[in-house]
Design a protein around this ligand. Structure first.
Ligand code: SF4
Ligand code: SF4
Length: 175
């Protein structure tokens, strides 16, 4: 007799039930459609609100939107952005702009503070590489990425609007 008092036949019955339950699950999964896809040949659609790798964009006139103000550089927690400003007659530009994507935290603070919506996140993470140096993005690469992939919905302007208190709250605060 076993210690819990079920006996030989009791234990045999329990084992048979456990094996039957396990085999049922195995058989069910054997004919189930696979949930994996053959990435990168097959890419799953990303969620609408995905915010992935960073890029720089052009404004509606076709000029670089970045004015080299360096706000993104100051706010970046791991300090992976470096910008040099180039002063122009009508507006300023980024003379150089580098972003060490391999050390980026994807916190989005740089996007939130950008006054011209020049730096944005893309609706993709597809930048895998075995060479870390390819993740050191310069200004040209960042602009090229902005053209290559779909931009996320979030710009600095939209994100700041979301953080502003509702109008009623503002009015109450004044009273
Ligand atoms: S997402 Fe965050 S960590 Fe990455 S570059 Fe922008 S501010 Fe820096
Ligand atoms: S990306 Fe935006 S915040 Fe950064 S330097 Fe350019 S204009 Fe300024």
């Amino acid at each position: 007799m076993s210690r819990n008092g079920t006996g030989f036949w009791g234990e045999t019955w329990q084992t048979a039930r456990a094996v039957a339950a396990a085999m049922t699950i195995t058989l069910k999964n054997l004919f189930r459609k696979p949930v994996t896809v053959h990435y990168p040949d097959v890419v799953r659609p990303y969620p609408d609100r995905l915010r992935g790798i960073l890029a720089l964009i052009y404004d509606e006139t076709g000029e670089e939107a970045c004015i080299g103000c360096r706000l993104c550089e100051y706010v970046c927690p791991p300090q992976v952005i470096k910008v040099e400003m180039l002063k122009g007659e009508k507006r300023n530009y980024a003379k150089t702009f580098t972003l060490e994507l391999y050390a980026c935290e994807f916190c989005e603070l740089c996007v939130q503070v950008c006054p011209t919506d020049a730096i944005i996140m893309l609706k993709t993470f597809d930048l895998a590489t075995s060479d870390r140096r390819e993740m050191l993005l310069d200004k040209d690469r960042l602009h090229a990425l902005g053209k290559q992939f779909e931009n996320s919905w979030a710009t600095g302007t939209k994100l700041r609007e979301m953080q502003a208190p509702p109008k009623t709250a503002k009015a109450e605060a004044k009273e």
